[in-house]
Design a protein around this ligand. Sequence first.
Ligand code: CMP
Length: 139
Amino acid sequence: MQRTLAIIKPDAVEQGVIGKILARIEQEGFTVCAMRMTQLTKHEAEGFYAVHKDKPFFGSLTDFMSCGPCVLVALEAPDAIRKWRDVMGATDPARAPAGTLRQEFGASIERNATHGSDAPETAAFELGYFFRGLELIDR
Ligand code: CMP
């Protein structure tokens, strides 16, 4: 079993598709271990995306991620990191295959509806950034 962090980003919350994305998560066989809606501060978004701090899109990305509420979801499944990335599709919705969440709900490479951890070390950092161990339910 493996855990990963999913985020339903502010653009998806704004579109009113939290329920559709959570339904897809359950249909795909993930177990939800923890979930919280929050509006990140700019500082919290900068800490979360610190690995991108030297990228030209860092300011805009962290503005967007703090512009409205998002939903943080801890997911568990065999091979959860890869599996969730497959369900989301490519970072750029224009390149995401039909039937993926980003193809369906993403508008641009920045407003791309969902986030997922990209490796086991990143997943450990990202889950720990938002959830205390006690909040991650063993189901
Ligand atoms: P995410 O999976 O949350 O991880 C980093 C985010 O940075 C990514 O999704 C995109 O939203 C954003 N991103 C990546 N590349 C670019 C880019 N070239 N321009 C703007 N935003 C980007």
